[in-house]
Each structure stands twice: as C-alpha cells, then as structure tokens.
Design a protein around this ligand. Structure first.
Ligand code: GAP
Length: 447
C-alpha cells in the first residue's frame, strides 16, 4: 500500500486533503490523473447499468434530504458503532475491533492489555454528520449529510413509476458522495469519511427476489473481471446471519485481496421491501406498484448492488501496480485496463528538432478529439515512456525521422513493449480498435 500511496502522490493521482495545514484525518483530494481514473471507473459503471441494459434509469439526488428520511431508514436510531474511549491515552476504539486496535501507549499491545489502560464502557456513536439548514441552529433545522445514496432512490420511487414507463423488474442507479463519521478510517482511500458510492436499487416482484439477487452477484463479479481485476484476487463472501444489516435478508460482499487482506469492495444485498414500506409509513404516501391491466398491486422487493468508486479505483490501482526491468533499468508500471487508463495515448517526438515536434503536436490535436491524449516533448525518450508507464498509458506513439518521410509512426505497447509502425492515416482507428479489444492483466501470466 505504501508504494501505491507514494506513486499516487508523485504522479498526481491522490493527495492528502488540505496538506499544507497538516491534512485532515482520512480525507483526500484527487489530482488530475486520479480524477481521470475515477471518472473512467464511474463511466464504466454507468455503461454497465444504463448503456448496456434497458431496464435501469439514472438519478442524481440531493445530498441533504428531509431528516424524516433517516428516521424511516433506521439510520438515526441504528447507524451506530459501539465505541470505547481510553481515559489514559485519549484514543477511541471500536468495541468490535479491539483485537485489531493498538494501545496508544504501547502500540504492540491491544487496548486494555496493560494496567495503565482506563477504558470506558462501550457507547453507541452515530456515524452521520449533522449540519444546520438555514441560519438558525435549532432542533428543527438539523439535517444530515447522507450516509448512503440509496435513500435518495427510495424516496423518488413514486416519481419514477410515474415518468419512466418502467415496471418491475427495473432499477434506478445513482453515483454520488456519501459521508460517514467513521471511527477507524484509514488504509488510504479504502475507508474515508467522504466517499463516492455507485448504487443501484433494482425493484422486483417479491417472488423473483432470490433469482435477481443471484443475477446481480454474477453481473457485478463479471464487471470487475472484465475491467481487468485478476479473478484469483476476487471472491464472493456471504454474510453470516449475525452480520446482516437490519434491512437485509441476504447480503454477499464482493471482496478483493487488498494489501491489507481480503476486504469488501462492494455489497450486494436483498433489502426485501423494508425501505419502501418504511418510507410509505413515515411519509403517508403509497409506495407500491399497481399493474393497470391485472389490478395486481404489491410493494416491490429490492436487490441492491452498492459499490464505492474510490474503493474500486483503489482496487484497480493495486491490481495494476507492477515493477519490472526494461533495458536493465527498473520500471514501475500501472497495468490498468486500457478503458480505465487516465490517458490512452501519449504522443512523443523522438527529438525536439527537425520538424518532429510540429508533426507530433498536430497528431496529438487530431487524436485528442477521439480519446484522452497527452503530448510530451521534454527530456530523453526513455524517461518520457517511463512517466507514461507510471500513469498507466497503454500506448505511446513516437514521431521520428521516418515519420517525415513516409507518414508512419511507432506505436509502443505499455505491457508487451512491442513497437509497431502504423500509418498516421490509420492511427486513430487502430488505437480505438485496441481500446475496445478484450483485455486481461498480463500479471496473470506472470509477466
Ligand atoms: N446502501 C448500502 C450501503 O451503503 P455499504 O456496504 O455500507 O452499503 C457500499 O457501502 C459500498 O460503499 C462499500 O462496499 C464500499 O465500497 C463503499 N464504502 C462504504 N463506506 C465507505 C468508506 N467509509 N470509505 C470508502 N468507501 C466506502
């Protein structure tokens, strides 16, 4: 993880937030390449949810919602972690994580292991951030930063039935920021207090819920492997009955083998009719589907694949990170799926003279209309390739003296390092063809 964190900082993917003031516990800023990477992760999620299906529609709900939402959803009463404070070292621990926590005075010990430890009883701590709506801070003005995007979908269910001309089974998908005052954030962007979720609520006839649960487990596993995550680093883990959330009758986590061990990447839950029933009760509105032809009416059950954009981006980075040797020199390379790579092609004149920069700059202007492209003319060609390898650029296009004679360029592949000459006239089509091609991680073959 240290290597990933340092690469992310060095190459402008992710920085600690407000770093010049010493940072703010577990909050991060995405730099240029991080923005492009996360954008690509989200675009692939939208592609899988919207473009490649016709049963899902999109939503972008507000972060601030009516406070009754969180009463109905159970978050106000139940979205808590049990906390234990140490009066001696002033640290705070999750009661259910004491075995993994380190004592503030003797980090090699767990809290409570040494006589100096003075621990409180566990107390429930709500993870929702509060703020005030309007200028007056009174009880009626308290609102919460949403801890999940899902509730924005449930409270819009009625709107969607009216306008979208969909009937169960159908889904509503949303990407957006969520906030949790996590007690033990950490491991870089794995667990932060502000993060982006990619959630889809799939509304189904009650008796079809088990079938659609299996469907979404399979779909979501395929999404990760098609985007290059190594299948042997990915697994499904069904929640034990005592792990299930209050709303769920079945949940399986998609887990990835992060450097910190197997950890949740995404949860797929069968939420039953809990949310719609709760919101119907608290709002006094009918939240049910009525079949106009048969008159049949029911409260749909919900299957929810809930992923994190930051956590997914981290998994793709971890899976892509590699070190090898090129021409006797160590190289760090991100073997990202080309569709996820922040930059698809770098255009590089071999030397900064003889008309090569002009031809390369012109080529760059043509390519960037069709894909994310960079132009770089500064420094030795080897150094420029290595910089692109570190940000995961799958193709390097070099303009050299031969280009000026026959209008061909060399295309260098990041993974195989194979270089081929391609006519400029065919270059954009050829690159697009390669970007669309099936791809699997060269790390699988032990490259
Ligand atoms: N609506 C269900 C729900 O929110 P969750 O398992 O709590 O379920 C879904 O969250 C996903 O959101 C997680 O699998 C993870 O990818 C992401 N996530 C949750 N908390 C996070 C945090 N503190 N930091 C980063 N990502 C987080």
């Amino acid at each position: 993880m240290d290597k990933i964190v340092s690469l992310c900082k060095r190459r402008g993917f992710v920085f600690p937030s407000s770093e010049i003031y010493g940072g703010l516990g577990s909050t991060y800023d995405y730099g240029h390449y991080g923005v492009l990477l996360k954008q690509n992760v989200k675009a692939e999620w939208w592609r899988a949810m919207l473009q490649e299906r016709d049963d899902i529609v999109a939503l972008d709900a507000a972060i601030l919602m009516h406070p009754r939402t969180w009463e109905a959803s159970g978050h106000l009463a139940g979205f808590t972690d049990p906390l234990i404070d140490c009066r001696t070292c002033k640290l705070r621990f999750r009661a259910d994580h004491m075995e993994q926590s380190a004592c503030g005075r003797k980090p090699s010990k767990h809290p409570g292991d040494i006589p100096d430890c003075d621990l409180t009883d566990p107390r429930d701590f709500n993870l929702m951030f509060q703020t005030t709506l309007g200028p007056v801070k009174d009880a009626g003005a308290t609102v919460y930063l949403r801890p999940e995007t899902a509730q924005g979908i449930f409270v819009n269910f009625k709107n969607y039935l009216q306008f979208s001309r969909k009937k169960p089974p159908f889904g509503i998908a949303q990407i957006g920021k969520s906030f949790r005052n996590e007690i033990t954030p950490g491991n870089f962007v794995f667990r932060t207090r502000e993060f982006e979720q990619m959630e889809m609520e799939y509304f189904v006839p009650p008796d079809e819920a088990p079938k659609w649960f299996e469907h979404w487990l399979e779909q979501r596993m395929n999404w990760y492997t098609e985007l290059g995550l190594r299948p042997d680093h990915l697994r499904l883990r069904a929640h034990a009955p005592d792990e299930l959330s209050h709303y769920s009758s079945a949940t399986s986590d998609v887990e990835y083998l992060f450097p910190i061990g197997w950890s949740e990447l995404e949860g797929v839950a069968n939420r039953g009719n809990f949310d719609l029933t709760q919101h119907a009760e608290f709002s006094g509105q009918k939240l049910e589907y009525v079949d106009t032809a048969s008159g049949e009416r029911y409260v749909p059950h919900v299957i929810e694949p809930a992923a994190g954009a930051d956590r997914a981006a981290l998994a793709f980075l971890v899976d892509a990170y590699d070190e090898d040797e090129v021409g006797g020199e160590a190289r760090t390379v991100l073997r990202l799926h080309p569709r996820l790579a922040p930059v698809k092609v770098a255009v590089l004149p071999l030397v900064k003279k003889d008309g090569q920069p002009e031809v390369a700059a012109e080529l760059h202007r043509e390519l960037r209309v069709r894909m994310s492209a960079e132009y770089d003319e500064g420094g030795a060609i080897g150094r420029r390739y290595r910089r692109q390898d570190e940000i995961g650029t799958p193709f390097g296009v070099t303009v050299d003296h031969q280009t000026l004679e026959d209008r061909t360029v060399t295309v260098r592949e990041r993974d195989s390092l194979v270089q081929e000459r391609v006519p400029i006239a065919e270059l954009a089509d050829e690159l697009e063809r390669r970007l669309r091609a099936l791809w699997s991680s060269p790390k699988l073959a032990g490259v």
